[in-house]
Design a protein around this ligand. Structure first.
Ligand SMILES: Cc1ncc(COP(=O)(O)O)c(C=O)c1O
Length: 451
């Protein structure tokens, strides 16, 4: 389709299409274009696809030996999965539904790892039916289950190696001890005639100490050696997730640590190395915009000094049950006014969510914000990881729609240069007002309609 042909697209297709922007992407100005439309009062996301492509390229430069299998649980919106599928990466799926979504994009089953160590039997059967062969385990029960349902599967033993400073430490729930438990489990697998092909670990989501990658890789080496003595020929190392989803943190530092550990412990290049990044790929690409539904001036009394302060309370159109659900796990989102009146004084403020629950508070403490009023907009950056995929519609507040944008270079890459090009009719070109018609009704509005 040529560019003029795009004019004949139906509005519903335009609503779902990614908008190609000729100049470099400037998210606040896109938010302003969208909110100019007075009918627009629902919250919405802008997803900057160019950012996802950039992070893919930065990863390849930082860790050329480590292939990525995106963790679908982190953000399973169709646009994200389509772009990552086009770039040719693999997928980490935790359930039948996640596998189904990825396969529905035309991804071959050998690009999927079923990385849930405790699989439901019906999901295991689905993996067998759809030829998703690679999967993780960390217990004897799982081995017995796999022997019964899918004996030809290729198995990866999950060991525990935690960065205790990570936001989500996972080792209490998953992973066997690499010294005490792994040898016994491998003996059971050998006695059942199962095909164990490698080792995986996850040091914890939003990890803070990259040196733990090095120690975990050393632990995996130990398990490779134990397995070799039992007659296994391991060929796969999966270094899991845990990479930063933060504009200020580069992947280079982790890359240097991982690369040196691989050189030291896995110099044999025939060992395939994969990873399962989630937040790394999507967090920075998403910005959430929400309008202010109500404002109230409240007097707060300091319990010690008895000093009284006036606090301006903003009630916005999203909540900690919606897009900002990771606040439950101490994630911090900074509210930014979309149009700042520089003459307006900064006022002590609290931002509250839209649901009737009192714990639905978006700023943890009182913060300083310029004075704003109802129907003005605020936005939250870095809102792509563990937001859409785990939010719910409590109190009847719908999931925000996604408006995706890409720059010209990214568009060219996705439509012609990537291994699995996307069709050109998935895009609209330019800044026409109708291309900003989002967030009203539409097929993306409710989560269940994403696919
Ligand atoms: C098995 C597995 N792999 C990958 C991930 C993605 O982790 P992250 O988003 O920290 O990269 C998770 C997240 O919890 C996970 O449980």
């Amino acid at each position: 389709m040529d560019l003029d042909g795009l004019d004949s697209q139906k509005q519903s297709e335009i609503d779902d299409a990614t908008q190609v922007i000729k100049s470099p992407i400037d998210v606040p100005s896109i938010l302003m274009e969208i909110t100019k439309n007075e009918e627009q009062d629902d919250p919405f996301y802008v997803c900057d696809i160019s950012d996802i492509i950039k992070r893919y390229e930065e990863w390849k430069a930082a860790m050329p030996r480590v292939a990525t299998y995106y963790a679908v649980k982190c953000n399973d919106s169709r646009i994200v999965l389509e772009v990552l599928a086009a770039l040719g990466i693999g997928f980490d799926c935790a359930s039948k539904e996640e596998i189904r979504k990825v396969l529905s994009l035309g991804v071959q089953p050998d690009r999927i790892i079923f990385a849930n160590p405790t699989k439901k039997i019906s999901h295991l059967k689905f993996a067998a039916e759809t030829a998703v062969t690679l999967m993780t385990f960390d217990s004897e029960v799982e081995l017995q289950k796999i022997k019964k349902v899918y004996p030809s599967a290729r198995l990866v033993i999950r060991i525990k190696y935690d960065d205790l400073s990570a936001r989500y430490v996972l080792g209490q729930k998953y992973g066997c001890d690499h010294v005490i438990e792994a040898p016994g489990l491998l003996r059971v697998a050998a006695s059942l005639g199962l095909n164990v092909v490698g080792v995986c670990f996850h040091i914890g989501s939003d990890s803070k100490d990259p040196l733990v990658f090095s120690k975990a890789i050393a632990a995996a080496r130990h398990v490779f050696d134990v397995a070799a003595n039992l007659g296994f020929k391991f060929k796969l190392l999966d270094i899991g997730g845990g990479y930063p989803g933060d504009k200020k943190k580069s992947i280079k530092e982790i890359g240097n640590i991982v690369n040196s550990a691989l050189e030291k412990y896995f110099p044999d290049l025939s060992v395939e190395v994969i990873s399962e990044p989630g937040r790394y790929y999507v967090n920075t690409a998403f910005t959430l915009a929400t309008s202010i539904n109500s404002v109230r001036e409240a007097v707060q009394t300091d319990p010690e000094t008895k000093d009284q302060t006036k606090v301006r309370m903003y009630y916005v159109d999203n909540s900690i049950y919606g897009a900002l659900i990771s606040i439950f796990c101490d994630e911090v989102y900074t509210p930014r006014p979309l149009e700042v009146d520089t003459t307006s004084p900064l006022r002590p403020s609290i931002v509250w969510g839209s649901t009737c629950d009192t714990c639905d508070k978006i700023t943890k403490d009182v913060v300083l914000l310029p004075e704003m009023n109802i129907s003005e907009w605020i936005f939250f950056e870095e809102a792509g990881a563990y937001t859409l995929s785990i939010s719910c519609e409590f109190n009847g507040f719908a999931t925000p729609k996604i408006h995706s944008v890409v720059d010209e270079e990214g568009w060219l890459k996705l439509t012609s240069q990537v291994p699995y090009p996307l069709s050109r009719d998935k895009f609209v070109i330019g800044n026409k007002p109708e291309y900003f018609r989002i967030g009203l009704t539409g097929p993306n509005k409710f989560k269940t309609n994403y696919f």
